[in-house]
Design a protein around this ligand. Structure first.
Ligand SMILES: Nc1ncnc2c1ncn2[C@@H]1O[C@H](COP(=O)(O)OP(=O)(O)OP(=O)(O)O)[C@@H](O)[C@H]1O
Length: 272
């Protein structure tokens, strides 16, 4: 896993270069059509926000990109080449890393160990093993600092960090292991205002590092703070697809809240 990802780390990314392109992508689960007609672009050095209510199809979209469930309509291209991923490993090998809301971290393990979890520097015997451990600690510390993440002690259990800090460690980890596309599954959903701000800063840092970021969220305010491109999904279809220049926060919020449906509801409730 490390090698395949790391092999992408050296590749120079050019801002605006398309990393993922979807043309008319759709996905059905038996008779249920979860997504249809999706045209999504993920470009290097940009944040693509995908917004939508429950059941809109956000998770299905993530699953297609991260290799959990292959699409069964349309074309998915990575670096211009059509692909159908049949496992998360394949997606990862293309430099696509997904950070889930319920992070797969081991709470009692030290921060540095979680940083390297599954991708440890190969140890060898004493005294080599000890050297590798020291090196891993140094790297984790260095990489977190590089992204401006302040952890008191790299040896503290990751469970002692806040939810926001844990998201940040996961982002730094993906960047270090050579991710070119970072998919963030509602990274601010369970967080308060301050912690959300911390995470949004690292979303911006990942973009500045040249990655293509897919930011999945319910929250138009969070999306607008970091987004370059906005897609709203509704019942599996694209309800809005605009660049930052083309859409205001107000319009995004109204569209996300249901626009006409909301006006209709407040009419029904007798409120203006
Ligand atoms: N494995 C599955 N089998 C059958 N139907 C599914 C499956 N996964 C999702 N669906 C259906 O596809 C549609 C889109 O679901 P999806 O989970 O992608 O939405 P979502 O936007 O992520 O919602 P939420 O925010 O609630 O997670 C829903 O109607 C859902 O019931």
């Amino acid at each position: 896993m490390t090698d395949t990802l790391a092999s992408h780390a050296d590749r120079q990314l050019y801002k605006g270069e398309p990393l993922i392109e979807m043309d008319d992508v759709g996905k059905s689960y038996g008779a249920i059509r979860a997504l249809r007609g999706i045209n999504l672009r993920v470009n290097a050095g940009e944040v693509t926000c995908v917004l939508g209510d429950n059941g809109a199809g956000k998770s299905t979209l993530i699953k297609i990109m991260s290799g959990l469930h292959p699409h069964n309509e349309g074309t998915l291209r990575v670096d211009g080449t059509p692909v159908t991923f049949s496992s998360p490993r394949e997606s990862l090998a293309h430099g696509i890393a997904t950070v889930y809301q319920d992070l797969a971290v081991v709470g009692l393990m030290e921060v540095w160990r979680n940083f390297f979890l599954g991708s440890e520097l190969t140890a060898g015997n004493f005294p080599l093993a000890g050297l590798k451990v020291r090196r891993m600690r140094e790297i984790a510390d260095e990489e977190l600092r590089k992204m401006g993440i302040v952890v008191k002690d790299i040896n503290q259990p990751i469970g002692t960090l806040s939810g926001g800090q844990r998201q940040c460690v996961a982002i730094a980890r993906a960047v270090y292991f050579g991710a070119r596309v970072l998919i963030l599954d509602e990274p601010t959903a369970a967080l308060g205002v301050k912690q959300s701000g911390v995470v949004l800063k690292y979303v911006a840092a990942a973009r500045a590092a040249g990655l293509g970021v897919v930011f999945i969220t319910h929250n138009p305010h969070h999306a607008y703070m970091v987004g370059d491109h906005f897609v709203i999904l509704k019942l599996g279809e694209t309800a809005l697809d605009k660049t930052r220049k083309e859409v205001s926060l107000d319009e995004l919020t109204t569209q996300m809240a249901g626009g006409d449906e909301l006006a209709e509801l407040s009419h029904e409730l007798g409120r203006k």
